[in-house]
Design a protein around this ligand. Structure first.
Ligand code: PGA
Length: 239
């Protein structure tokens, strides 16, 4: 069953999210594993829903005196099952580094929350044929700090930076090759298997085509996940 992960980022007001939840509650999503990742503020709005909720971020520290941060333990107490780590906006805008990602993944695994670890190349890296090199580096610099049991608990989201919010996507064969490479790295380096999601401008139109790629385990969706009607269509297209 595919995983459909909706990353709301810093969008929607309280009344928007109440309406979104109400509509989503009436939807049959039995053909996929649905994960909604709202703003931290609205996690409580999704209390008791019959799909999973996720977190956009987590502190790399344990609970304590750290103004403005949210701990993995607190997320667990709100029934959060997944958390994004190393999204390109956290890498590039918030300047988070491999050390942060490693510590965040540790805190999440300690609290039985599944990390969704995001990797992907920039446009200039793609144009210089560096995609494979970047993907391998981004994985190994963090995953080398974990054993295979822990790594098998992580999901990777392959999100080319140039595809995020741009309306552009790689070709099907490019996505297939990148996901194949990621799965091979995990097998060869860590002797385990993990799921790989694709993210970057997924929408109700292109998801039909993306669904023909045989090695995709699901999708991480930003912009299109904010619109309930688009969500409905994307859920309906999943095989
Ligand atoms: P997008 O965002 O679907 O708007 O391209 C994806 C993401 O940033 O996770």
């Amino acid at each position: 069953m595919k995983l459909l992960v909706a990353n709301h980022k810093m969008n929607l007001t309280y009344s928007n999210i109440m309406e979104y939840r109400e509509k989503l509650d009436a939807v049959d999503h039995s053909n996929c594993d649905l994960v909604i990742i709202p703003s931290f503020l609205y996690l409580g709005v999704f209390d008791g829903v019959n799909y999973s909720i996720g977190s956009q971020n987590v502190s790399n520290k344990n609970m304590g005196s750290l103004t403005g941060e949210v701990s993995a333990e607190q997320l667990k107490s709100m029934n959060v099952k997944y958390a994004l780590v190393a999204h390109s906006e956290r890498r590039n805008i918030m300047k988070e580094k491999n050390f942060d990602f490693t510590e965040k993944i540790k805190r999440l695994i300690e609290n039985n929350i599944t990390p969704i670890f995001c990797i992907g190349e920039s446009l200039s890296e793609k144009n210089m044929n560096l995609t494979n090199h970047i993907l391998k580096d981004e994985i190994e610099l963090v995953f080398n700090n974990f054993n295979s049991t822990d790594i098998s608990k992580i999901i990777i989201a392959y999100e080319p930076i140039w595809a995020i919010g741009s309306g552009l996507t790689p070709t099907n064969s490019e996505i297939y090759s990148s996901i194949k490479l990621i799965k091979e790295i995990i097998k060869v380096d860590y002797n385990t298997d993990i799921k790989v999601l694709y993210g970057g401008s997924v929408n109700p139109n292109n998801i039909v085509n993306l669904e023909t790629i045989s090695n995709i385990d699901g999708y991480l969706i930003g912009g299109a996940s904010l619109d309930f009607e688009k969500m409905l269509k994307m859920i309906g297209e999943l095989k």
